[in-house]
Design a protein around this ligand. Sequence first.
Ligand SMILES: NC(=O)c1ccc[n+]([C@@H]2O[C@H](COP(=O)([O-])OP(=O)(O)OC[C@H]3O[C@@H](n4cnc5c(N)ncnc54)[C@H](O)[C@@H]3O)[C@@H](O)[C@H]2O)c1
Length: 349
Amino acid sequence: MTESPYKNIVVTGGAGFIGSNFVHYVYNNFPDVHITVLDKLTYAGNKANIASILGDRVELVVGDIADADIVDQVAAKADAIVHYAAESHNDNSLKSQDEFIQTNFIGTYTLIQAARKYDLRFHHVSTDEVYGDLPYREDLPGHGEGEGEKFTDKTPYNPSSPYSSTKAASDLIVRAWVRSFGLKATISNCSNNYGPYQHIEKFIPRQITNILSGIKPKLYGDGKNVRDWIHTEDHSSGVWTILTKGKLGETYLIGADGEKNNKEVLEQILTEMGQASDAYDRVTDRAGHDLRYAIDNTKLRTELGWEPKHTDFESGLKATIDWYRENEDWWKAEKEAVEAKYAETQKVL
Ligand SMILES: NC(=O)c1ccc[n+]([C@@H]2O[C@H](COP(=O)([O-])OP(=O)(O)OC[C@H]3O[C@@H](n4cnc5c(N)ncnc54)[C@H](O)[C@@H]3O)[C@@H](O)[C@H]2O)c1
């Protein structure tokens, strides 16, 4: 257990899937740190994700990151902000864009102005989706997974969706604030996360909870889209490493060499849950669906000495399935509404 250089950290979006994991990570490993979670508790935020640790060391402030007054109040007492809050779902961003501009762009702007005012350390959590997608390489063994081109911090931005473009826009203002105003910021762009507490609208929990609800899992298009899966605990340790050891102004990519296509992941879930591996429906593809993401994590590993712990995807997936099986109370009430929303746009092929 080492001492933290920051004693009062604001975690935005700390009641969401990944933000809450980070809050638990800091709570468990750094007893000298006080955490203020600033979260609007949208449909994606859930107080239950941090309820067990709320108290002297973890405080929840329910509020909007685009509200300058509330941001000022929490920033005035902090020495660092770790910024996770976002509208995070691509499919939602294709239906309605206002919240994405407001939270991802204006919200980030509001936070960096406060970080400037109080001279706070700022870490901006972003996604590899800002880079667009990589070509699918049929010619390589394993259909290109784990091989060929990967994203680095030098890859040009080329976002495809309202979600990824608003994240890209927020990354760019953070970079500009570093140059123009000396903002003490770092940025991380991480690949697709999996693990417990992920909202059931997302790919892996949706399939698991479909099976648990007696609904056939749904696969977009031909299922060849490759994602570079990382367990959310490894994302948390990556963000902590960058916050405490990263060089100001730098961007670090977080990934754990976990490339798999969607069909493979779905087949693995089905098999693990005792179903036939082809017991799913194929549905219409997402508009502008990115083909392949892959992270080159060399910079984070070699310069900051970070290592992922969850390198066995199969056992991480099995533990995630068990968590959804054992925590029906956490997701059951929302299941019907989530599937009804998907049914408006996704047609079984
Ligand atoms: N999910 C992934 O695989 C992934 C991968 C890489 C990066 N990221 C990034 O990590 C961050 C967290 O993602 P997630 O999957 O945990 O998202 P999530 O949707 O599960 O959680 C988002 C959280 O932000 C809160 N929030 C939303 N709008 C807010 C606002 N205006 N003010 C305050 N709080 C607000 C929500 O209530 C929720 O608690 C995002 O910035 C996302 O872009 C996610």
